[in-house]
Ligand binder design. Structure first.
Ligand code: AMP
Length: 217
């Protein structure tokens, strides 16, 4: 399957991508994770992206597109991919189309995760990530006694860009720059909308129904 997960920050793209990857065995390509990995390893790309990320702004299109283009040419995407956090602007979507055309791998669909903004702020300010295994948790649903990662015992931390003022900015950036992609993909008849305000399992069930209905596997 070749899918894009589209939705505001905190709509659950990462969590759905994990569930889909587990079930269908395709590559999960998160541009946010790729940037964080580069940042941690202090690569040239990481240093170029850092200032934008810290302010909750988008990294320039050419840097993102180059990174995605090289990731899509790696061998482990042969069984398909799930794009998480890309494309985020119209120029990125156009460049993505060109890359996929060149690779002869058209998109099967775009899954939109739909959710109310106030709810998102609450969800994002409570989001924690495990420093060891990268699993995403939420204090709203995590038992209060659990301090570490339930999967590996690792330390949980809050991403710097999950602080409230940065979140508000990231949501504005989403509204201004990414939301136009909804109409763009809708016009092409490949957009599938899902309510993402329920539990991850509920959203995942809806997504699976969509995939089965459209024969995407
Ligand atoms: P995410 O984990 O997807 O929320 O991404 C974290 C940050 O990485 C974003 O706020 C941006 O600064 C940067 N980023 C990730 N993906 C993209 C993209 N497709 N275009 C521009 N910047 C991105």
């Amino acid at each position: 399957m070749r899918l894009v997960l589209l939705g505001a920050p905190g709509s659950g793209k990462g969590t759905q991508a994990e569930l889909l990857t587990e079930k269908y065995g395709c590559a999960h390509i998160s541009t946010g994770d790729l940037f964080r990995h580069n940042l941690k390893n202090k690569t040239e790309l990481g240093l170029q992206a850092e200032a934008f990320m810290n302010k909750g702004e988008l990294v320039p299109d050419d840097l993102v597109v180059r990174m995605v283009s090289s990731r899509l040419r790696e061998r482990n995407v042969a069984r398909g991919f799930l794009m998480d956090g890309f494309p985020r602007t119209l120029p990125q979507a156009e460049a993505f189309d060109e890359i996929l055309k060149e690779l002869g791998q058209p998109l099967d669909g775009v899954l939109l995760l739909d959710i109310d903004e106030d709810f998102l702020v609450r969800r994002l300010t409570n989001r924690r990530t495990c420093r060891s295994c990268g699993k995403i948790w939420n204090l709203l649903t995590l038992p209060i006694s659990v301090r570490g990662c339930s999967a590996c015992g690792g330390e949980l931390y809050q991403r710097g860009d999950d602080a409230e003022p940065v979140i508000r900015n990231r949501l504005k950036v989403y509204r201004d720059q990414t939301a136009p992609l909804v109409a763009w993909y809708k016009n092409r008849g490949i957009l599938h909308e899902h309510d993402a305000s329920g539990t991850p399992e509920e959203t995942f069930r809806d997504i699976r129904i969509t995939l089965e209905k459209h024969d995407i596997s």
